[in-house]
Structures are given as C-alpha cells and as structure tokens.
Design a protein around this ligand. Structure first.
Ligand code: TPP
Ligand code: MG
Length: 891
C-alpha cells in the first residue's frame, strides 16, 4: 500500500484547497450538490484515464457519522441489566449441559459476540406476527441459539428445566441445538446453521414478500426480513451468491447483519486482511447500502480529534489478525501496539487509563450505535441494507477464551471464569451459588425487569420468535379437473412433461386456487414446454416491462409484469429453490397457502441443492418439485453431467419428501391431486418430488376398476395381466419410461419364450419402502398379533413367478423394496455415468432395455428350475448380448 502512488499526498496544500472547496459546497448547497460535482469530476477523470477514481471501500470507520445517528429510546440501564442476564443464562445453559453429559456441546462465544445486536432488535425492531401484521422474519445465526433460549427464559416462555434440556430432545421435550422448526414448530420459523443457507433464503424470502405484495395477495408494507450471519459464514458461496438479486430488485425490506467478530471456527476469518472492507466491496458492488459499524461511542471523541487522519490511518492499516490479538490481551497492550505505533496517537490516549483504553468498544457492542444503524437500515428505501458490525468473539469471557482461536468450541467455564464473567456483567448471583452449580438467573413476573421486557415486546406484537400456522386450508380439486389428461392421449404421442403442463394449466383455471399457484423456473421453461404460461400469467418483475419484447408480435410473447405470477429466476437452482421454499412456507410465514411448482432439470435438483432441500424439510415447506428431463437414458443427447439416474435416491433421504416416478398422465394427475389434498387441504407437512421426462409415447386413459388410484398413490398397481396359463410366469415391475420397455419385454417373453408375464406400474419405490418399513416395525413391536402385510406383499400375493424390476434410475432405487418382495427379485437400473447416444443404445448400454428385462426374467426362471438354462444362453445369443463386457458402471 505504501508504494501505491494514488495514496501518496505529494502536495498537501493543493489537497487542502480541494477539500476546503468541497466542504464549502456541502455547507452551502448540501451533500447532493457535492455528489453531483464529484460525479462530474469522476466522469472527466474516467474519460482521460479509463479508470474509476474510487475504491468500493470507504474508510475503516462508522458509516453513520455521530451527528446523524438516530437517538436510541428506552431505559438504558434496564436494557443493559436484561442483556447481561441473557448473556449469563446463555453461558450457564451450555456449561450446565456439558457438566451433565460431557460433550453434548453448544456454543458460548458466538452468542456473546452477537448479544447486543440481537437485544437491540428484540427491544426495538423485531415485529412478531399479529392479526394485523404478519411480522418480521428473522434468520438468527444458528449456533448462537442459546441466547434466544436464554431470552425466552427471561420472558418466562421457557423454564429452568427447558434450559437444562438443551440439546436433549429424545426423552424430554428439550430445546433443539439450532433453530429447527421441525423440532420446535411453535418457536422457530426459519432454520439456519448450515452456513450460507440462511442468507440466501433470506434474500428470496424478502423477494417473495414483495412478490405477494405486488400481486396484491398480501400487504407487505413495513415488514422486514433480517438475516444475522457470521463473517466466516460469508465464505460460503450461498451467502453472497444472490446479493445481486437483492440489489437489482431493490429489496428494501431486507437487512443483513454480519456479525464480524473476525473469527470463524479455526481462527481468524481474514487474519491478513480486513473482512469488513472485503464485504463492503461485495455488497456495494451488488447495489446494497452498506453500513459499517466499526467503533463504539467512546471512540467518537478520539476520532473527532483526529485532524490529520492518523487514527483513521491506523484503523485502516491494522489487519484483522492484529485486531483479534488486541482483544485477546489488555489495555496496556492496545496502548503499546495500536496507539503506540505513532507518537501522535500515543499522545492522543495519554490521559486515558489502560482500563479506559480496554473499554474502547467495537461498534457491535455499543447499543447506541447498533440502534442508529438499525434505524437507518429500516428507514432506508430503494436498496437492501447490510450492517457490517465489528464485534469480539467471546465478548466478556476473559480468560475463558475471549478473542482466542479456541473460543468457538469453548463449552466450559471454570468457577473463576464464571465469577469473572458474573462481575463483568454485574449479574446478581453469589460465589457460593457458582461454586455449587452455576444457577440461572431471572426476575419473577412481578419484577420491574420482567414488566419492562414484556412492555417492549408487547409494543412489537408479542414474544419472538414464534411460529404461527393459521392458513386457511385450500379445497382439493376434483379429479375430473384433469379430465383431459385422464382420458389419455388418444393415439397421440406426448411426454409426461406435457401431461404435467396440462395438469398445471388445469389447476390455473381453478377458482380459489389459480392465484395461489407459483410456477418457478430457472431458465428452463421452454425446455419443458411451459413458455405458453409467460404470456398467460406474466413473469414477475418489480418494475414491469420497460421494453417491447423482441417477440411482441407473437401470441406467446415474453411478458414481464409487476403482478406476474411466474418466478423466472434465471440460472440459479439455489435461488429458485429458495423461492420455492419461501412460497412453500407462506402458510406459516404469511398465513396464506401458496402452491409452488418448481420445474427443473432433475440432474440439477437435489444433487445441486440437496442441503437447501433438507432445510426446506426442516422448515416444513409444502409444494411440488418437478424433476424434468429425468432418467439416465431418457434424456439421451446431453451426456454425463445431464442424465439423471440418481435424484430419486437423493430425494428418498429426506423424511418429508414424497417422491414419485410416474409414467402416464393419469398417474401424474392422481398424484398431484392427492398432493394438493395432503398438503393444502389436510395441511400435512410434506412436499412432493415428481419426475417427468421428455420421451414421447402414447398415454392410455385411467384404467377402470377398483383400487387403481389407491395403487398409484401407494406406489404400485397391476397394469397388464397375462391371460396365459403356462407354468412359466413372471412379475415385471417398471417405472418412468422404462415401464414401456418392461411392457415390451412382456410381449417378448410371451411371443419368443413361452413365459407369461404380468406387468406392474410402480409409481414410487420410495413410498413402497416407507410402507414396508412401517409395517415391519409394527410387526416387530406386536408379537402374537395378526401380522400386517406391506403393500408390496399385498400386491404380489396370489401372483406367481420371480419378480423383475427395471427403472431409469440406479439399481438402489428399485432395490429399496427387496425386503418385501416375497420371491426371487432381480433389479435392473442405470448405475454409472450417463453419456450421449440414442435412447435405444443407452438402454442397451445400461442393460435396462426390453431384451435385458426379458433376459433377467428368463435367468430368474432358470434359477428356479422352471426353464432350462440353455434358454437363457439362447436368449443372450439371440439378443446379441456380450456376456464379457465390463460392468456398465465401470466404464
Ligand atoms: C455448511 C457448514 N459448514 C460447517 C459448519 C460448522 N460450523 C459451525 S459454526 C462455524 C464457524 C462459523 O464462523 P462465523 O460464521 O464467523 O460465526 P461466529 O461463530 O464467528 O459468529 C462452522 C465452520 C456449518 N455449521 N455449516
Ligand atoms: Mg465470526
């Protein structure tokens, strides 16, 4: 930096004249005029040099000058006292949990850094949901959750026993380690802790709030989304990856607060640099308002005296690694190593004691500064705001680890450390109590402290966080809503994707439902034949359409509108998924059920955003995920990174995900209708993953007869019953388009091999497995009672012959039901890397085509002695199968 000529002042008199001129303009004509002049100068400079004369960073000082700070209301002493109690209880609950069962875990240091940032929010800003105002959404930094519990304890929402049950949720109604709505559904609204997911979801929640507002569905005025994240957390691509959307869409209902304690788990975040400066460039570049909160009030007089800018220079030149060390030492050290670097600075603090120097606070620990920053953020319009608040990790913990690299995992404090902490925050507990078992502390409900606490929250709508789910149920559409699809394609060939689009179109005509549908795409609508919806529904844009679209002459032109219904996210599966999760939790966060359909390339679904899907399940999201172009061999021209044969495995790991791999339009209609019933009428907390594909074939009409719908929903039903009476008989199972190969195999077996074949459409191996597991468990726990049978067993009961299953997914997918198949079971699947070729070649390659299905059936029959082995050999030869080729998953 020292060698940088743009930072050298070679003529200080000239510099002074320019600065005086600027000061005069500001004084006489205001800052707007000054900005105008500077921008004209900058333009001129750029014309000559091609460079931009500004850095995206500003000085390493508070962005809000003291004279512009909003004044903090409230009873300062009371709030300090309450905050100290929360600090104490948060620390004690972790210490006690670890005394009880060593290693149960919990974090102390992170909360101590964020405590003031949250308390100012609780006392002044976070609005709870009420009848009139659905309140704010706050993403709390997950591993600082002890602070939220400790506050709920002061609020008498939780008791001592609850705090002692922190992280003990199995036997006791304990407190979840982190914000998990699934485990504490009346408390937590939004899951955090998997680093990066909170920030990206916060952006899309804020955007969804605007979407609901602009579509006239829900008044979002005054409501905010807050996201508290760690500075280390900003390393995650998800944390910063969607900033530009927030800037572009001017999400002024969004506030990020980055708890910049300069440390992450192992050590400093940017020891050799300055995380706050780095983040400033990224946020500002993305169009955010940046409020840096570096220093507390007691720095103000020093900075006011800093005529020569030396203190500012020193603040700027010290790297984060040094700042960390300063806070891990003491006042004398800071005097020597920070101020001592320049004699003038040493002089500046000459009349301060070491203790006073030590007390020079970081901005994030000063309630007045934090209040002013929040006040500025919530009143700012036209931009999202980020507050970069400098804090100390383990603030107040002293020898127990304050500012130390080990602080993140510090779960213990010994008696002396606790006494020190108690003294530091003036918590009224005695030495004896601490020596025995560190006690929680809370004033009773008659105390002025409780009354104050309650009055602050009452003014903001009540206790917070609090999850309220009061959305009206939606009516399930009648099945005949989808008659067009139920009737089959009548000789025409079409894809199941097209059948899906027809179903979606039918839903979009339903009264009371059509407004609630939220189609979401990540730049693939045309791939799925959904472009017709652009014109019909409009694509949401907060500014409408500022241009005449290139295809304006056409019927289905690209229409953007402020009340557009489609969320066209561009190429961001993580963003689109976050939108889906926002819509899927509107029933809780906004008190209104929305029905999102996110349609995507199935390969870029769970595999890409699996952790977000897990978080969505945690937050009890409801909605439909439609995995398009699915199947390793069905999407045939795209190759290794596109052809999905595993998403159903990934979907199967999420407990609330109900997954189907249907073949026919009527199956889809039955499944989607039942999804509507379960999620929106019965309000079950599940979501659906349904794969569709792009292969065209004829779709039959919904078969008549009892039980078909039930079979479709439970996971399998009979599709083709052989009328033959031969000794050799097999049961063939198929799903997705491979069902068609299975049907063809049945024909081959009957025509070429004298084998009767029954065919089953399996809509969901995953649902069949869940049913099987549940039945097994019941049987295990109920000895002597009449044994229950799984749906697989019930279906295959009374049938004959070995069972063969084939799908366009990995073998593990059909293999899920092995335990309940009562006979020999052979599975075929598409394990291995996809590649480009014709469907026929690919199916041959992966050994899931009709010939391999027939072969597998013959081989199974031979194993059972029903057909002779030579028949199998003959089939291998007849079908030109090379028995020596390597396993397809190895090549
Ligand atoms: C995706 C993910 N990776 C790793 C972790 C483990 N982890 C929890 S907290 C933490 C450090 C967080 O540092 P920072 O964001 O700076 O928060 P601080 O505790 O300093 O406030 C890590 C690595 C996680 N929770 N999520
Ligand atoms: Mg940190």
């Amino acid at each position: 930096m020292a060698d940088d000529p743009t930072r050298q002042d070679i003529d200080s008199r000239e510099t002074g004249e320019w600065i005086d001129a600027l000061e005069a303009v500001i004084e006489h004509d205001g800052v707007e005029r000054a900005q105008y002049l500077i921008e004209r100068l900058a333009e001129r400079f750029h014309r000559h040099s091609g460079q931009v004369p500004f850095r995206l960073t500003t000085e390493y000082i508070n962005s809000i000058p003291p004279e512009n700070e909003a004044r903090r209301p409230g009873d300062y002493d009371m709030e300090r006292k309450l905050k100290s109690m929360v600090r104490w209880n948060a620390a004690v609950m972790v210490v006690r949990a670890n005394r009880l069962v060593a290693g149960l875990g919990g974090h102390i240091g992170s909360y101590q850094s964020v405590a003031n940032l949250w308390e100012i929010g609780f006392n002044n800003f976070f609005h709870a949901p009420t009848e009139e105002n659905r309140g704010d959404l706050v993403f709390f930094q997950g591993h600082s959750s002890p602070g939220i519990y400790a506050r709920a304890y002061l609020e008498h929402r939780l008791d001592e026993q609850d705090l002692d049950n922190f992280r003990r949720e199995v036997e006791t109604p304990g407190l979840s380690s982190y914000p998990h709505p699934w485990l504490m559904p009346e408390f937590w609204c939004l899951p955090t802790v998997s680093m990066g997911l909170g920030p990206i979801m916060a952006i899309y929640q804020a955007r969804f709030m605007k979407y609901l507002h602009n579509r006239g569905i829900l008044d979002g005025s005054g409501r905010k989304v807050w996201a508290f994240l760690g500075d280390g957390e900003t390393d995650e691509p998800e944390s910063l990856g969607a900033l530009s959307l927030a800037g572009r869409e001017k999400l002024d209902n969004l506030v990020f607060v980055v708890n910049c304690n300069l440390q992450r788990l192992d050590g400093p975040v940017r020891g050799n640099g300055k995380i706050i400066q780095e983040l400033e460039t990224q946020f500002r570049g993305a169009g955010w308002r940046v409020i840096k909160l570096i220093t507390g009030r007691n720095w103000d007089p020093l900075l006011a005296k800093d005529d020569k800018g030396l203190l500012r220079k020193r603040l700027m030149e010290a790297v984060d690694g040094e700042f960390q060390t300063f806070k891990a030492r003491d006042g004398a050290f800071v005097r020597e190593h920070f101020f001592g670097k320049y004699p003038e600075l040493e002089e500046l603090v000459a009349n301060m004691t070491d203790e006073e120097i030590w007390q020079l606070k970081r901005g994030g620990h000063d309630p007045f500064k934090v209040y002013a920053a929040y006040h500025a953020a919530v009143h700012h319009t036209g931009q999202p705001t980020v507050i970069l608040a400098k804090t100390v990790k383990g603030y107040g913990m002293g020898d127990a680890g304050e500012g130390q690299n080990i602080i993140h995992q510090q779960k213990k404090m010994d008696v002396e450390e606790l006494k020190h902490f108690r003294d530091r925050f003036r918590v009224p507990v005695s030495d004896e109590e601490i020596e025995d078992q560190p006690p929680y502390h809370r004033p009773d409900k008659d105390s002025p402290e409780y009354k104050y606490l309650k009055s602050r929250r009452d003014a903001l709508g009540g206790w917070f966080p609090r999850r309220v789910t009061a959305a009206e149920p939606l009516e399930t559409p009648d099945l005949d809503t989808f008659q067009l699809v139920l009737d089959g394609s009548k000789g025409r060939e079409m894809s199941s994707t097209m059948a899906f689009v027809r179903i979606l179109s039918a839903l979009l005509k339903e009264k009371g439902l059509k407004e609630r549908i939220v189609p979401i795409v990540a730049d693939e609508a045309r791939t799925f034949g959904m472009e017709g919806l652009f014109r019909q529904l409009g694509i949401y844009s907060p500014v409408g359409q500022l241009y005449e679209p290139v295809d304006a002459e056409q019927l289905l032109y690209y229409k953007e509108a402020t009340d557009g219904q489609i969320l066209q996210e561009g190429i961001t599966e993580a963003g689109a998924f976050s939108s889906w999760a926002a819509a899927g939790t509107a029933y809780a966060n906004h008190g209104i059920s929305m029905v999102p359909f996110f349609v995507f390339y199935s390969m870029f679904g769970f595999q890409r955003v699996g952790d977000l899907a897990w978080a969505a399940a945690d937050m009890q999201a409801r909605g439909f995920l439609i995995g398009g172009t699915s199947g390793r061999t069905t999407l045939n021209g795209e190759g290794l990174q596109h052809e999905d044969g595993q998403s159903h495995i990934q979907a199967s790991v999420i407990p609330t995900c109900v997954a189907y791999d249907p073949t026919y339009g009527y199956e889809l209609a039955v499944i989607i209708r039942d999804g509507m019933r379960r999620m929106y009428t019965e309000q079950e907390n599940v979501f659906y993953y349904i794969t569709v594909n792009n292969e065209n074939y004829e779709h039959p009409a919904l078969p008549e007869g009892q039980g078909v719908e039930e079979g479709i929903l439970r996971g399998m039903y009979p599709l083709r019953k052989s009328a033959g009476r031969k000794k050799a008989r097999v049961q063939l199972l198929g799903s997705g388009t491979i069902l068609l190969e299975v049907l063809a195999a049945a024909e081959l077996l009957e025509a070429d091999h004298g084998v009767d074949a029954d065919v089953w459409s399996v809509t969901s191996f995953t649902e069949l497995r869940k049913d099987g597991l549940s039945v097994d468990r019941w049987n295990l726990l109920h000895p002597g009672e009449e044994r229950r049978a799984s749906w697989v067993e019930r279906s295959l009961d009374g049938t004959r012959g070995p069972v063969v299953a084939a799908t366009d997914f990995m073998r593990a997918f059909p293999d899920q039901i092995r335990s309940w198949v009562p006979r020999r079971y052979q599975v075929l699947g598409t394990d291995g890397f996809g590649r480009s070729d014709t469907r026929e070649s690919l199916r041959r390659f992966f050994e899931v085509d009709r010939y391999h299905v027939a072969l597998a059936a013959l081989a199974a029959l031979a194993e059972e002695g029903v057909v002779e082995e030579k028949r199998v050999r003959a089939a291998i030869e007849k079908y030109g199968i090379d028995p020596e080729r390597p396993d397809p998953w190895t090549v």
